[in-house]
Design a binder for this molecule. Structure first.
Ligand SMILES: NC(=O)c1ccc[n+]([C@@H]2O[C@H](COP(=O)([O-])OP(=O)(O)OC[C@H]3O[C@@H](n4cnc5c(N)ncnc54)[C@H](O)[C@@H]3O)[C@@H](O)[C@H]2O)c1
Length: 255
């Protein structure tokens, strides 16, 4: 088991990609704190699912855009499992408006969750790892949009672009502590986030035509890469962005 004896936090771990990451990490031997915001039922159900196959997990309510919630997320994880080795900054939102019509509140909300959230979680987790004097892993679920433009989605693109430079900068600062920091950049993944798009048949067909492999990614395929980056095998990888997009960005010639 690649993550035997490790303790991980997965933010937004109760849905989509985060749920797959929490599940696969638990299958690989990690004890997993599943962060959620709002309804506790899906996170509690996932804890049961993991415990049913012999894994270990707990659910922690924390809004990652709030500093006090984030400190509590880390301290409750450590109280529960004794330490912290891996942080997966997965939680994220997007809200699409043409730039000229975008309300400021929408911009602020997306930046708070998609950029400030990973900043807060990374700082809090890294402080804990440094206190423990153990190596650590921070993995951000970014997007091909840390590089690629997407009209009507400016705050999301700004947040993911910011996450790229946040990752690179703190990778350098945290390297002396043995903490690696990397981004995973999916293209289109079959999760609730893309549900609206899938319902629009014409848009969905158009998207599939843009993907050389001809389909969206399964959340488990993203989770598999995240597990590798979280494992001891990936100890020499830091400051890097990994595109996982079925060839989409190569077709359009960007990235
Ligand atoms: N689905 C895709 O095609 C795709 C592509 C590229 C990148 N991503 C990224 O993957 C990540 C996961 O997205 P997903 O597709 O699984 O979507 P999802 O909507 O299924 O999951 C998002 C999760 O984030 C949580 N969340 C939202 N605001 C939060 C907050 N303030 N505090 C804590 N948790 C919060 C939600 O509750 C949910 O659990 C996101 O960062 C997203 O940008 C998704």
């Amino acid at each position: 088991m690649r993550l035997h004896d490790k303790v991980a936090i997965v933010t937004g771990g109760d849905s989509g990609i985060g749920k797959a990451i929490a599940t696969v990490m638990a299958q690989e031997g990690a004890r997993v704190a599943i962060d959620y915001v709002g309804d506790p039922a899906p996170a509690n159900a996932l804890v049961d699912e993991i415990e049913n196959f012999g894994g270990r997990a707990c659910a922690v309510q924390a809004d990652i855009s709030k500093p006090d919630d984030v400190s509590r997320l880390v301290s409750e994880t450590v109280k529960h499992f004794g330490k912290l080795d891996i942080l997966v900054n997965n939680a994220g939102v997007e809200e699409k408006y043409p730039f000229l019509e975008m309300p400021f509140e929408v911009y602020q909300k997306v930046i708070d969750i998609d950029l400030t959230g990973p900043w807060l979680c990374s700082q809090s987790a890294a402080k804990q790892m440094v206190r423990q004097k153990t190596p650590g892993r921070i993995i951000n679920i970014s997007s091909v949009h840390e590089e690629l433009t997407m009209p009507t989605n400016a705050p999301y693109c700004a947040a993911k672009g910011g996450l790229r430079m946040l990752m690179r900068t703190i990778a350098v600062e945290l390297a002396p502590h043995g903490i690696t920091v990397n981004n995973v950049c999916p293209g289109a993944v079959d999760t609730p986030m893309d549900e609206k798009l899938k319902q629009d048949k014409a848009q969905y067909e158009k998207l599939l035509k843009e993907i050389p492999l001809g389909r969206m990614a399964k959340p488990e395929e993203i989770a598999s890469l995240v597990c590798y980056l979280a494992s001891d095998e990936a100890a020499y990888i830091t400051g890097a962005s990994y595109v996982i997009d079925g060839g989409m960005t190569k077709k359009s010639g960007s990235l």
